[in-house]
Design a protein around this ligand. Structure first.
Ligand code: DX5
Ligand code: ZN
Length: 221
């Protein structure tokens, strides 16, 4: 069954502890942490200090999405902070195999993300090595954007490659997902669903998490 990884990007940072409780009460599977450096993406969020603080207040697996220009320099910091899954961007690194090998050497899951304009084919020679592919279904940098429909083709394509070669990576999809389109994303082959604004800009985040979880559950029946 697919997993739900709510992003805290659109949550109330002045009360992060209770925002995370809402995710736990709704039975979230992971927590998605969006790290932005103002360079790779036109926005700045937080670094390893906050990841470490979140790790102290929850047992949910930390799904850290690094939207930063030089991820190699910070891999160790984000792993020591408690990340369980560490995803870097294909567009941000030159020696992808080296970076992936380094992340995996710490015994955690290594993911690679691709922007909307980056073809799936650029990952062909690394798919065997990685634990997760994060398909960006919006241009990274901000929560609350509209889902880019073309992303569905990329998910199908990844699923096909996964089945053909018997690979193990999970397909995670990030950006513009809500109850009205989650089914089509699951149908395309998503294993992990990220949702930010849909949850934290709703009137009832616990209920929204539960609704998304229900749709995921019903889909797998
Ligand atoms: C965007 C981030 C996403 C974002 C998704 O750069 O990577 O994780 O928070 O948020 P929504 O669900 O609001 O599109
Ligand atoms: Zn993200």
């Amino acid at each position: 069954m697919a997993l739900l990884s709510p992003s805290i990007l659109s949550s109330d940072f002045s009360d992060l502890k209770s925002q995370i409780r809402l995710l736990e009460l709704g039975n979230s599977d992971w927590i998605h942490l969006d790290v932005m450096d103002g360079n790779f993406v036109p926005n700045i969020t937080f670094g390893p200090i906050l990841v470490e603080a979140i790790n102290r207040i929850t047992n949910l697996p930390l799904d850290t999405h690094l939207m930063i220009s030089k991820p190699d320099d910070f891999i160790e910091d984000f792993i020591k902070a408690g990340s369980d899954i560490l995803t870097i961007h294909q567009e941000a690194v030159i020696h992808l195999h080296r970076t992936i090998t380094k992340i995996k050497s710490f015994g955690i899951k290594a993911g690679v993300s691709i922007n909307p304009a980056t073809p799936v084919s650029t990952l062909k020679d690394i798919l065997e090595e990685i634990d997760l592919v994060l398909v960006m279904s919006v241009n990274p940098g901000f929560g609350g954007q509209k889902f880019i429909q073309h992303s569905l083709k990329k998910i199908y394509e990844l699923k096909e490659m996964k089945e053909k070669y018997n690979y193990n990576f999970l397909i995670e999809v990030d950006g513009g997902i809500d109850t009205d389109n989650v089914k089509s994303i699951l149908e395309a082959g998503a294993d992990v669903i990220v949702a930010g604004a849909a949850i934290f800009k709703s009137n009832n985040p616990i209920q929204k998490v539960a609704e998304l979880k229900n749709l995921i559950q019903n889909f797998s029946k």
